[in-house]
Write a protein that binds this ligand. Structure first.
Ligand code: NAD
Length: 256
C-alpha cells in the first residue's frame, strides 16, 4: 500500500546519501510522493542533485535557511513547478560551529549560540512562515530532534539547547496551526552516523554507549527514522500534533 499516493511536499536537509533526509526521501518516493528539495550551499549542489534527480518528478533548488530572502525565493520558485499546495514539509536541518561542540558548554560564544539557534531552531518557524497557505488542510510538518533537548548529553552542548528551542517551537506552532488542521511533530532520533553527527566530539563512543544501554540493544537505522516520518505524514496520524516521538529503540526511558 502506498501511503503518500498523489501527495506533494518539501524535504529540507539532504546533504548526501547518509542524510536522514535522504532516507526519508527514498521512502516517501516509494510511497508515491512527489518531492521538492533544497541544497544549502553551491558546494553541495552537484552531489545533492545527483541523488535527488534520480527520483522522478522531483525538483531541487537552492535555499539557505538562515536567509529569509532565499527561503521566500525557494517557495516562489516551487510554485512554478507545481508545488503551490503542500501535503508535507520535512525539516531535517541543523548546524553549530564545530568549536562550540568541542568545548565546555559554559564557554559557548554569543555568536555560536546565535548561529546554532538560528539554523537549528528558528529555521523551522521561518520555513513554516514562508510556506504559509501553501500548507494544505491536513498537511503535516515534521522536524528532527535529539534527546540532548531533554537531557545533558556530553559534547552536544549548544545543540542541545537549540533542540530544546526546536521542540518548544513545535508545540507553539502546533497550537497555532491546529485550527487549519495542520499538524506538526518532532522525531527524537537515536544517533546515526551522518555528516552532522561526525561534528560531535566522540560521536562513535556515544553510539556505542547507546547500543549497550537501549532496551533493544542496538542502534536505530535510517529506515526506522524514515518509517516513523512516513507515519507522521500519512493519513494514519491525523490525530497527532505537538508530539515529540522518540525513535531510539527505547533509550530515553532508561535511567541506569
Ligand atoms: P546531515 O548533515 O546529513 O543533515 C543536516 C542538513 O542540514 C544538511 O543537509 C545541511 O546542508 C543542512 N543545513 C545546515 N545548515 C543549513 C543552512 N544554513 N541552510 C539549509 N540547510 C542547512 O545530518 P543528519 O544527521 O541527517 O541531520 C538531519 C537532522 O537530524 C538534524 O536536525 C540533526 O540534528 C537531526 N538528528 C540527527 C541525529 C544523528 O545522530 N545523526 C540524531 C537526532 C537528530
Amino acid at each position: 500500500m502506498k501511503l503518500l499516493n498523489g501527495k506533494k511536499g518539501v524535504i529540507f536537509g539532504v546533504a548526501n546519501s547518509y542524510s536522514i533526509a535522504w532516507a526519508v526521501a527514498q521512502m516517501f518516493h516509494q510511497h508515491g510522493a512527489r518531492l521538492a528539495f533544497n541544497f544549502a550551499t553551491e558546494r553541495l549542489e552537484k552531489n545533492v542533485k545527483k541523488l535527488t534527480e534520480s527520483l522522478d518528478g522531483s525538483i531541487t533548488l537552492p535555499c539557505d535557511v538562515s536567509d529569509d530572502e532565499a527561503i521566500k525565493r525557494f517557495f516562489e520558485q516551487l510554485d512554478q513547478h507545481g508545488f503551490e499546495e503542500l501535503d508535507f514539509l520535512i525539516h531535517s536541518v541543523a548546524y553549530a560551529q564545530r568549536e562550540d561542540l568541542g568545548r565546555s558548554f559554559s564557554q559557548t560564544s554569543r555568536e555560536g549560540f546565535r548561529v546554532a539557534h538560528d539554523i537549528s531552531a528558528y529555521s523551522l518557524t521561518a520555513v513554516v512562515q514562508a510556506a504559509g497557505d501553501r500548507l494544505k488542510k491536513q498537511s503535516s510538518v515534521v522536524t528532527m530532534s535529539y534527546l540532548g533537548a531533554e537531557r545533558v548529553v556530553p559534547n552536544y552542548n549548544v545543540m542541545g539547547v537549540a533542540k530544546s528551542a526546536l521542540e518548544s517551537s513545535v508545540r507553539y506552532l502546533a497550537a497555532e496551526l491546529g485550527d487549519r488542521q495542520i499538524r506538526i511533530n518532532a522525531i527524537s532520533a537515536g544517533p546515526v552516523n551522518t555528516l552532522s553527527a561526525r561534528g560531535i566530539s566522540e560521536f562513535l563512543d556515544l553510539q556505542k554507549h547507546f547500543a549497550e544501554r537501549a532496551p533493544m540493544k542496538r542502534n536505530v537505522t535510517l529506515e526506522e527514522i524514515a518509517g516513523a516520518t512516513l507515519f507522521l505524514c500519512s493519513d494514519f496520524s491525523t490525530g497527532i500534533s505537538g508530539e515529540v516521538l522518540h525513535v531510539d529503540n527505547g533509550f530515553h526511558i532508561m535511567a541506569m
